[in-house]
Design a protein around this ligand. Structure first.
Ligand code: FES
Length: 156
């Protein structure tokens, strides 16, 4: 069936198409430029300091997110009540992972990658285990740091 008066003219359609193309092209050009001007734009921190009480009271066998630079960090409380912290990013193509408490596994929805509770890659395409951090509680603060990084909190 042919519409007698189409709701979009050929000119409007082409204008929309070219505008979308131009915006995508502009974004693709500006992003590398911003990364060059601000090299720390996506740099991960060596440590973060969190409010301990926000994370220590989560239920066993659950996770709670925290910002790790521009990426996802996860505080993970195991069944035995121990607290762990990890980067919530898959080692395959950096998709955000999620925890499946009923399976007691971390899951990456992008390509169905699975990791066990210790972060070991157990199925799917992820080539390496998840990155776990060191966790320390001091002065009601939860200090999450990369392994080997010493963090001193100023007293007072
Ligand atoms: S990005 Fe996680 S499995 Fe591919």
């Amino acid at each position: 069936m042919k519409l007698r008066w189409p709701s979009v003219t050929r000119r409007e359609f082409l204008n929309t198409l070219f505008t979308g193309w131009f915006i995508a092209f502009f974004a693709a050009c500006i992003y590398p430029l911003l990364k060059f001007i601000y090299p720390n734009l996506e740099k991960e921190p060596d440590f973060v300091i969190l409010n301990a009480k926000d994370f220590l009271e989560i239920p066993n066998n659950s996770t709670k997110p925290f910002p790790w630079g521009g990426k996802l960090g996860l505080i993970f409380k195991k069944d035995d009540g121990t607290i762990h912290a990890l980067k919530g990013v898959c080692t395959h193509m950096e998709c955000n992972i999620m925890y499946k408490p009923e399976e007691r596994k971390f899951y990456c929805p992008c390509h169905k990658g699975y990791f066990d509770q210790d972060g070991k890659n157990i199925s799917g395409p992820p080539p390496r285990p998840l990155e776990f951090f060191e966790v320390r509680i001091e002065n009601e603060k939860l200090i999450v740091s990369k392994k080997g990084v010493k963090v001193e909190i100023p007293k007072g």
